[in-house]
Design a protein around this ligand. Structure first.
Ligand SMILES: Nc1ncnc2c1ncn2[C@@H]1O[C@H](COP(=O)(O)OP(=O)(O)O)[C@@H](O)[C@H]1O
Ligand SMILES: [Mg+2]
Length: 452
């Protein structure tokens, strides 16, 4: 039995979509497959039309009851989805897993032990992970023989990638498992030049650590999940279905190869090297500042013509002018000193690109207001939860800026240090554009803002 965990602490990068459709495609190729949902949002059940209100027991009950006298059996909670595919659904109470298990010995092995009991019943287990590195994800990592990290092929996705992989690697240092980690390019939009370039760079850098199959951006995939069907059922002739079928075939053929070579790799080591590669990759795709404008265009940030949008564009232009004059000042002052002190031009351009992106997104104090700006092109709803609103996301919704995918919100807060997280379509995550973070008691990161 192979156990494939779909992991990436970034929300919205396609984990659940990959989990559901890979599981279904493997079943379509005659494999006996179990899909395990480890995300309390229960998106696997939603995406497979399992009525949430009828889920009486979930994988949570199985995991939590292992140490009790009468543990809940995995077979008691399963839903038959199609021939060869079963679902172990999640439930909202899973978000309390970490607290419930505090102090329990071997608490990161609950899922592994559960799956060990059924290893003769399935060929593949596919685990959908939550968008966070906590005890649930750690359980999935411990149970895994294979890990797939879906990566959206967009400039902004690369920005957080190495940090995310690094966190995973730190988490895995505690174990010395034999697992195979692969990067999967998802939501690939062949029409944009930037996506093509990023895919080429990904291939170039990750080499054999990257799956050959690429999942293209296909609206049928989105539609399928809103109808509660895997793409194989919703539209068997679609490009999306072809992609997932070829992903499943690739995985089946890798299994055969692995058995021949019987190669062993340590999880932390692999993640570390993938993370270093992600850093190099980001440097390689660091674009000179004159091209950033066109990248932002590509990502549809400046293309909307609403007033709000123009306002953003002008804020951005002003930030640029300021940056340029700052850099000029630095250049002038180094001119006057010895040559060895002058800044390398290339690095300055890189730094300016980064500065520009972090200037635009993230959190910033403007006079007496705190302005949050972020980019989620596919989200329906983005909110902020923090200690300033008692962690009640509905108190602080973010506003959509035209159709650009940019969201923003303005808050007036007294001076102090505040912790917050973004809630994107119900999923809690750290602000990807704010470097200032603090670990919370659940082992996840809160973003931090200082108000002066
Ligand atoms: N290849 C794709 N083409 C089109 N839409 C996609 C694709 N992959 C994911 N999506 C959509 O993007 C959104 C986020 O995907 P999801 O799988 O829920 O991400 P995650 O589980 O990482 O949060 C969903 O609305 C999903 O339908
Ligand atoms: Mg998900």
């Amino acid at each position: 039995m192979k156990t494939i965990a779909i992991v990436n602490q970034k929300g919205g990068c396609g984990k659940t979509t990959v989990a559901i459709n890979l599981a279904s495609a493997l079943a379509g190729l005659g494999q006996r497959v179990l899909l395990v949902d480890m995300d309390s949002q229960s998106h696997c059940a939603v995406g497979l039309a399992v009525p949430e209100e009828q889920i009486e027991q979930s994988i949570y009950d199985v995991l939590i009851s292992r140490s009790r006298n009468e543990p809940v059996k995995l077979s008691e909670i399963l839903w038959q989805i199609s021939d060869g595919l079963e679902l172990a659904p999640a439930s909202i109470d899973m978000s309390a897993f970490e607290q419930q298990m505090a102090g329990v010995a071997e608490r990161e092995c609950c899922l592994k032990d559960t799956l060990d009991d059924v290893r003769d019943d399935y060929d593949y287990v596919v685990i959908d992970c939550p968008p966070a590195v906590g005890l649930l994800t750690f359980n999935a990592l411990r149970a895994a023989t294979d890990i797939i990290v879906p990566v959206e092929t967009g400039y902004f996705a690369l920005h957080g990638l190495s940090k995310q992989l690094e966190t995973l690697s730190v988490l895995c240092k505690r174990t010395s498992q034999e697992v195979d980690v692969k990067v999967l390019a998802t939501m690939y939009d062949i029409r944009t030049k930037m996506a093509r370039e990023i895919l080429a760079e990904l291939r170039n850098h990750f080499g054999e650590k990257m799956l050959d199959t690429v999942i293209t951006f296909n609206t049928k995939i989105k539609e399928a999940s809103s109808f509660g069907q895997p793409i194989s059922e919703y539209d068997p002739a679609s490009k999306g279905q072809k992609d997932f079928r070829s992903l499943a075939s690739e995985i089946l053929s890798t299994k055969a190869r692995q058995q021949r070579h019987d190669y062993v790799n340590s999880l932390a080591g692999q993640l570390e090297s993938i993370s270093a590669t992600a850093d190099e990759l980001l440097k390689a795709t660091q674009t000179p500042e004159k091209e950033v404008e066109s990248i932002l265009q590509d990502e549809n940030i400046l293309s909307d013509h609403t007033e709000r949008e123009k306002e953003f564009a002008s804020v951005e232009a002003r930030a640029w002018e300021e940056l340029e004059s700052e850099v000029e000042e630095i250049e002038i002052s180094t001119d006057q000193e010895t040559e060895s002190l002058s800044l390398p031009v290339e690095q300055t351009a890189e730094e300016r690109t980064d500065a520009k992106l972090s200037d635009y997104y993230g959190v910033d104090q403007v006079n007496d207001a705190i302005v949050f700006v972020t980019l989620y092109p596919r989200a329906q709803n983005v909110q902020i939860a923090g200690d300033f609103n008692n962690w009640q996301p509905q108190e602080t919704p973010m506003q959509k800026v035209g159709d650009s995918g940019v969201w923003q919100s303005e808050l007036k807060l007294p001076a102090g240090r505040y912790r917050y997280r973004l809630v994107v379509d119900g999923q809690w995550q750290q602000d990807p554009y704010n470097e200032l973070t603090e670990m919370n008691p659940f082992g996840e990161y809160n973003s931090v803002v200082e108000v002066k």
